[in-house]
Design a protein around this ligand. Structure first.
Ligand code: NAP
Length: 281
């Protein structure tokens, strides 16, 4: 059984790529799946599901926000004899006041969590807060690299979590005993405002990077002027609401519970990313 591969979906993304790398570093066979990755897999195309699940012993599920593919995929996984599932979810999904959610992301994630819990398989749910890697690989990366991050983030603070810690927790849940039935809420060790986070990146990268707080109206107007459709710009402003209002400032203990150690600080994330060539001009 230990020779059977572990399926990693979202394997080209921020958490999945690190999960796959850590499993491989441990000498474990990995099926790295996504639309454009090593093993072709598309949540929206059920014809790709069986080859992803064939012979797999455990799977990390990174879903596409607002979709409902996890429940039927879990049923398929049961039929394939998969024994263990780890689901990527998100902090705040059990709080109806967490954020505006016109896209139904929250309800879809709750349904995915329920599907995994009801599967009869061993399951673990990872609920990370905002990733530190949003500054280096995600939403904010381009602006940060260009030296100015203009967002409607106010001066709310967020306990950004390093995707390396997320991946370490997911790998532990995929490979070790003792994590079944656990929901791990994951954050960094402290909350930082966007200004503080950008200052830490400036220090690590050795060049000036600024955060410019915008009102939601100004942000949407700027995005529209750059050719982004207004509903998309407004949707992005909604996504940033927990950041503005400090809903994501609290610190969670999932890294400590799963790994028995403290999470990495934002400064550590910034230093290691800069040392690896991130944010270089
Ligand atoms: N970013 C954050 O701060 C944050 C915080 C909390 C929770 N989350 C949650 O974490 C999840 C995203 O995780 P992530 O940041 O690790 O991923 P990510 O970096 O956004 O990457 C998404 C991955 O999904 C794959 N993908 C996209 N569409 C697909 C499709 N139709 N079929 C199969 N694969 C598809 C992509 O690869 P291909 O393009 O090759 O298919 C990629 O590997 C989301 O559910 C998000 O809500 C994110």
């Amino acid at each position: 059984m230990s020779e059977n591969p572990i399926l990693v979906t979202g394997a080209t993304g921020k958490s999945g790529s690190r999960v796959a790398a850590r499993l491989r570093a441990a000498g474990l066979p990995v099926r790295a799946a996504s639309r454009g990755g090593e093993h072709t897999f598309d949540w929206a195309d059920g014809r790709t599901w069986d080859s992803a699940l064939e012979g797999v012993r455990a799977a990390y599920l990174v879903q596409v926000d607002g979709t409902r593919f996890v429940r039927p995929f879990v049923e398929r996984a049961v039929r394939h004899g998969v024994r263990r599932l780890v689901l990527a979810s998100g902090r705040g999904i059990d709080d109806p006041d967490y954020a505006n959610d016109p896209g139904g992301v929250r309800d879809a994630l709750l349904d995915s969590e329920a599907a995994v819990r009801e599967s009869g398989l061993e399951w673990t749910i990872s609920r990370p807060g905002w990733f530190a890697q949003n500054f280096s690989e995600g939403f904010f990366a381009e602006a940060v690299a260009a030296g100015e991050l203009r967002l409607p983030g106010g001066d709310g603070a967020v306990s950004f979590v390093d995707a390396e810690d997320i991946a370490a927790v997911v790998v532990a849940a995929l490979t070790e005993a003792g994590h079944s039935g656990q929901i791990y809420e994951l954050s960094g060790p402290e909350a930082l405002t966007l200004a503080e986070a950008v200052a830490a990146i400036s220090t690590a990268a050795g060049r000036e990077i600024r955060y410019v707080p915008l009102s939601v109206e100004d942000f949407v107007a700027e995005q529209v002027a750059q050719g982004i459709p207004a509903p998309e710009a407004a949707g992005f402003a909604d996504v940033l609401e927990p950041l503005r209002n400090g809903t994501d400032a609290h610190v969670s203990d999932g890294v400590q519970r799963a790994l028995g150690r403290e999470p990495r600080t934002f400064a550590e994330f910034a230093r290691s990313t800069a040392a690896a060539g991130g944010w270089s001009v």
